[in-house]
Design a binder for this molecule. Structure first.
Ligand code: DAH
Length: 323
C-alpha cells in the first residue's frame, strides 16, 4: 500500500488517522495503486484494477470510509512508444544519457525527455477520451500539475461540469524505481486512479455518498438494468415507508401479445397512481395452455413524499386500477 509505491515514511497517508491499520503489518487497502507492484511483477504491461478502498474520514455527504477506485497502468517498450528503429536510423531512447540524467520538473532523472513527452501524450489522449466518453465532448477539461509519490511528473484532470470544476482523476509517468523493483527494466509507463462514487454522484445527480449503501428499492430500482449509455438522473426518494401491492389478472383472450400489454399496463398504473407510484414491475407471467388463458402479475410500490400512506388509501387507488 505504501512501501512498494515509494511513499515517504512521514507521508500523511500513512498516519493512523488516515488509514485503517489491522495490526502493525497490515492495513486495509487505501488505494488501488497498492496493486501496481504485484501486477507488473507478474508480467502484465497493461491493466485495470477495480476495488473497494478504505480511509479514515469523517462521514458526510461526500466522504465515507469505504469507496471504490479504478486504477490503470500502461507500460511501453521503446519500439512501442517511439517507433521501430531501422538500420542506422537515429531514434530517441527511453532512457537518458549523460548529461541529461537530472530530475527536472518535466522528467525523471533516468528518462529521456522524448520518452517522457511521448508517454505524456499517450496518457493525456487516453484520459481525455475517457473523459469525453463520460461527460460528453462539449465538457471543458483542464490539466493541473500535482504530486504523488509514485509518479513524476504528476497531473490531475479536471472537468467543468454542472457549473463547477470537478477533479476527475490523478495520474502521471510512473516512477522508474517502481518498475525496476517489480523487475521491469526495459519499459516506461503511466498510471492513473479514479474515485468511482464521485463520478457517479456527478453523472447521476446523487447528492449523498451514503446513498450507495442504501438497500431501499426506491433508490436501487432507479439504476437496475441501466446501461452506461442510458441517461439516468436520480430522483430523490421519500423518507416515508413504501406500501406494496401485487396485482394479478387474466389477459383478454383476444390474444394481444404479452409485451404489447405490458407497457399499456405500466402507463395505466402510472396514470391512475400518479406521483404515488414509486415503482411498477412485471413479476410473473403464466399461461394455462389447456384453457388458452394467460395471466400477469405486477408489483406496485406506492410511496408519498408528504406522508406515510395507509393501506386503505392505497387500496382506493388500487381498485381504480383493478377496474
Ligand atoms: N492513488 C491515488 C489516490 O488514491 C490516485 C492516483 C494518482 C493513482 C496518480 C495513480 C496515479 O495511479 O498515477 O489518491
Amino acid at each position: 500500500n505504501f512501501d512498494s509505491l515509494l511513499t515517504p515514511q512521514d507521508h500523511l497517508s500513512r498516519r493512523a488517522s488516515d488509514t485503517y491499520y489491522v495490526n502493525s503489518d497490515h492495513c486495509l487497502r487505501a488505494h488501488t495503486s497498492a496493486h501496481q507492484h504485484t501486477l507488473m511483477q507478474s508480467g502484465l504491461d497493461a491493466f485495470l484494477v477495480i476495488g473497494d478502498v478504505y480511509r479514515r474520514d469523517e462521514v458526510d455527504r461526500t466522504h465515507y470510509p469505504c469507496f471504490h477506485q479504478i486504477e490503470g497502468v500502461r507500460l511501453y517498450s521503446r519500439d512501442e512508444l517511439l517507433g521501430k528503429k531501422s538500420d542506422g536510423e537515429n531514434v530517441a531512447d527511453l532512457f537518458a544519457a549523460k548529461p541529461d540524467t537530472e530530475r527536472l520538473p518535466e522528467k525523471q532523472e533516468t528518462h529521456s525527455l522524448d520518452a517522457t513527452k511521448a508517454s505524456e501524450i499517450q496518457l493525456k489522449q487516453f484520459l481525455e477520451s475517457l473523459c469525453d466518453e463520460l461527460f460528453g465532448k462539449e465538457a471543458e477539461k483542464r490539466w493541473v500539475d500535482a504530486y504523488f509519490p509514485f509518479t513524476h511528473p504528476s497531473y490531475e484532470l479536471e472537468v467543468f461540469y454542472n457549473g463547477q470544476w470537478l477533479e476527475v482523476l490523478g495520474c502521471g509517468i510512473m516512477e522508474q524505481k517502481l518498475l525496476e523493483s517489480a523487475g521491469v527494466t526495459d519499459k516506461i509507463g503511466w498510471a492513473f486512479g479514479i474515485g468511482l462514487e464521485r463520478i457517479a454522484m456527478v453523472l447521476y445527480g446523487i447528492p449523498d455518498i451514503r446513498l450507495f449503501w442504501s438497500k431501499d428499492t426506491g433508490f436501487l430500482s432507479q439504476f437496475a438494468g441501466k446501461s452506461p449509455t442510458d441517461e439516468v438522473k436520480y430522483k430523490q426518494i421519500s423518507a416515508h415507508p413504501q406500501v406494496i401491492f401485487d396485482l394479478s389478472f387474466f389477459l383478454p383472450t383476444t390474444s394481444v401479445q404479452f409485451n404489447d400489454m405490458t407497457s399499456d399496463v405500466y402507463d395505466t398504473i402510472r396514470n391512475v397512481g400518479g406521483e404515488l407510484v414509486e415503482q411498477v414491475k412485471l413479476t410473473d407471467e403464466f399461461e394455462n395452455k389447456k384453457k388458452g388463458k394467460k395471466s400477469q402479475t405486477y408489483r406496485i410500490v406506492y410511496r408519498s413524499h408528504e406522508k406515510a400512506l395507509t393501506k386503505e388509501e392505497v387500496r382506493c387507488i388500487f381498485f381504480i386500477i383493478g377496474l
